[in-house]
Design a protein around this ligand. Structure first.
Ligand code: ACO
Length: 431
């Protein structure tokens, strides 16, 4: 991190000026440090949506949106997708290095032995209506972990923070499976320690008392890959939410629950559910042209879900990997899903349409993931829950990094006030 260069900003109306250091990281554009701007000039900066603003320093994930590059702790996503596993990636995100054999065994052992939900937490589910959205149940259940562990955790203690990370990564699949089973009236399943992370989750999702469950290695491999690809994505909306809540000193369960609710929106993680609903609505390849026309019409609210990204102005590297995986999974499972044809036609039409080309709108991570989830019998409303299981690794890594950073302050943006000027209260009979 170098701060050798200075940008000088002068307000000509007052002659007040500020000398602002230029900060550089390992990769990526340099940032103007505006920390003293208000003191020096009396001005704030204005950047709604954070188009040009770095909110933090972070050593976890790097994205080059123009080149379509994504690195976790320096490792290209393509290499991790091909060679690693979700649990190894979670270790990497949390600890900064790939684990040695014994380190991984110890981590896996810890995760495996923290997967149970408190029996009282299971009773919370009875309060939900049977058709509650699983993301609503997930957010509420994770927030309620605070009620079990709040007094246990000192956010300033590194060991306590680590234990919270283990608990969250371990329990998330158990809670997620419970959300699904509650919605269809099936009894909850206890996590089985003899299974690996993803198999254990699939077992908790689909095992029924009446017959043994044959776990498909193709399904487990596909899900593990999707979890790797969704594990982190630097300062996206949900991670920034976790950090903002975390900056107040709130406990990690409350912070992650806030991240889950931010993820739910269709402009963010909720897009995977929205993509599948959109593909079903389009229905067949011959209706693709109409859909593209609607997406371009500014008087129509319809957008191509799974297209566009704030950072990627090129192919989302995760979408490329998932696209290839979709064909493979469907082939290996012997599924012929007409929605894949619709998706491919839609992608093809959009990529050669001037509107999408000019705006650099490419398929994002969510465009094809839903077709894989569907092939694995995961219901559409659970798609964003799947995303949340994976992203928990990233969220908690950021929450820990934030607490390890010296001099961190509460996140507190400013505003341009556009309301009424000062005025006097009028008694009701004079208004
Ligand atoms: N379909 C049609 N037009 C689009 C789309 C889309 N999917 N995405 C962006 N545009 C257009 C906008 O209308 C705008 O056009 P204009 O310049 O004529 O006004 C231009 O492209 C820029 O779009 P913005 O909304 O300003 O881009 P922003 O960076 O704010 O939004 C976002 C990014 C939210 C992802 C947006 O592209 C979108 O809504 N996509 C669909 C939802 C989606 O797939 N979200 C998942 C993102 S990945 C993730 O979070 C996991």
């Amino acid at each position: 991190m170098s701060d050798s260069k200075i940008v000088k900003l002068v307000d000509e109306s007052t002659s007040r000026s500020s000398e602002l250091p230029l900060l550089s990281g390992t990769l990526g554009p340099a940032c103007i440090d505006i920390g003293t701007l208000y003191k020096d000039t009396g001005h704030f900066t204005y950047d709604p949506g954070y188009g040009s603003t770095a909110s933090t320093k972070s050593a976890i994930t790097y994205i080059d949106g123009d080149e379509g590059v994504l690195l976790y702790r320096g490792y290209p996503i393509e290499q991790l997708a091909e060679k690693s596993s979700f649990l190894e990636v979670a270790y990497l995100l949390l600890n900064g290095e790939l684990p040695k054999k014994e380190e991984f065994s110890a981590f896996e052992h810890q995760i495996t032995h923290h997967t149970m939900m408190h029996e009282s937490l299971k009773d919370f589910f009875k309060g939900f209506h049977h058709d509650a959205h699983p993301m609503a149940m997930l957010a509420a259940s994770v927030a309620s972990l605070s009620a079990f562990y709040h007094d246990d955790i000192d956010v300033d203690n590194a060991e306590d923070r680590k234990l919270a990370a283990i608990r969250l990564i371990a329990k998330m699949p158990t809670i997620a499976a419970a959300c699904f089973r509650y919605s269809i009236g099936w009894p909850f399943r206890y996590p089985r320690n003899n299974l690996e992370y993803v198999d254990r989750f699939l077992h908790m999702m689909f095992e029924v008392p009446s017959e043994p469950l044959e776990l498909s290695p193709v399904a487990a491999k596909a899900l593990d890959l999707l979890f790797i690809l969704h594990a982190d994505h630097e300062q996206n909306a949900s991670t920034s939410t976790v950090r903002l809540v975390g900056s107040t000193g709130a406990n990690p369960y409350a912070s992650i629950a806030a991240g889950i609710t931010a993820l739910w929106g269709p402009a963010h993680g909720g897009a995977n559910e929205a993509v599948l609903k959109m593909l079903e609505e389009i229905g067949s390849a011959d209706k693709v042209e109409t859909a593209v026309k609607r997406a371009k019409d500014k008087n129509d609210n319809f957008r191509l879900m799974g297209f566009g990204h704030r950072v990627y102005k090129n192919f989302d590297p995760r979408a490329k990997i998932i696209r290839e995986m979709t064909h493979k999974v469907l082939n290996e499972l012997g599924i012929n899903d007409p929605l894949l044809d619709v998706a491919m036609k839609l992608e093809e039409a959009a990529l050669k349409d001037d509107y999408f080309v000019e705006r650099k709108l490419y398929p994002n991570v969510d465009f094809y993931s839903g077709i894989i989830y569907k092939a694995l019998n995961i219901p559409t409303e659970m798609f964003t829950v799947m995303f949340a299981i994976a992203r928990t690794a990233g969220w908690i890594a950021h929450w820990i990094e934030q607490h390890e950073t010296p001099g961190a302050r509460i996140g507190r943006p400013r505003q341009i006030y556009t309301g009424a000027d000062v005025r006097n209260y009028m008694p009701v009979d004079k208004r």
